[in-house]
Design a protein around this ligand. Structure first.
Ligand SMILES: [Mg+2]
Length: 231
């Protein structure tokens, strides 16, 4: 065989491979691919199980502690990734290749499309049936979005008129300041007086008081959030 013939054959083979690859790429469905962390939250049975396990344990502990109370008591819950599931927002960011911004976040909050963290609704419904209880939501959503947040919670069937929303006034209004208001009955909680808090719920370390008397799984309940955090 001549060298020219072999060259020509080689060129046809390469062209054939390129054509096949191009055709295949064109056929590939246009599905956004998401991070492992987000897939774990949206698709895995493990994420569901950890959330259900946490809320099942919390119910046992809160019900037992509430039984011993003679007067009013409270549980304090974070909102995002503790009660409200914002994986829709995360999917939006990842699909568009955009990072998180306060502006994009507030657009999402105003849409009131957050879903439910597994187990949260059932847990809250049972807590509502206990006498003398109240739920305080301490969230770093801004206070200007309280109506959107309350509406989202209500449309998921979680809300009650007695709930207190302690959202962030401004950047300096950190959660430890709002926790102090709850425990000491001052500031925004003044008219309600100091609260007896039986349990704290969150998905981040900053959702919990720094108090060695409070134990994980008894007074403090952490929900899993592998998608974002201050790590
Ligand atoms: Mg949170």
């Amino acid at each position: 065989m001549s060298t020219n013939f072999l060259r020509l054959l080689g060129a046809y083979v390469v062209m054939g491979i390129l054509f096949a690859l191009t055709a295949r790429a064109a056929e590939a469905p246009k599905v956004a691919s998401f991070s492992t962390a987000l897939n774990w939250v949206t698709k895995s049975r493990e994420y569901q199980a950890v959330c259900l396990q946490t809320y099942a344990n919390a119910w046992d502990k809160v019900a037992a502690a509430a039984k011993k109370q003679k007067g009013p008591w409270t549980i304090v819950m974070d909102l995002d990734e503790t009660v409200l599931d914002n994986s829709g927002y995360q999917r939006r960011l990842e699909a568009s290749g955009q990072g998180h911004t306060q502006e994009a976040w507030e657009v999402w909050v105003a849409e009131r499309k957050a879903g439910l963290v597994p187990g949260a609704k059932e847990f809250i419904a049972k807590v509502r049936k206990l006498p003398n209880g109240r739920i305080i939501f301490i969230s770093n959503r801004y206070a200007r979005n309280t109506d959107h947040s309350r509406a989202n919670v209500n449309q998921l069937g979680l809300g009650d008129k007695s709930d207190i929303y302690l959202l962030r006034k401004d950047r300096k209004d950190r959660k430890n300041l709002r926790r102090a208001e709850v425990l000491q009955g001052k500031g925004r909680i003044k008219s309600h007086g100091a609260q007896k808090v039986l349990a704290w719920f969150g998905d981040a370390a900053h959702d919990f008081p720094d108090d060695s008397k409070l134990k994980w799984g008894t007074h403090k309940f952490m929900l899993p959030n592998p998608v974002y955090g201050d790590w």
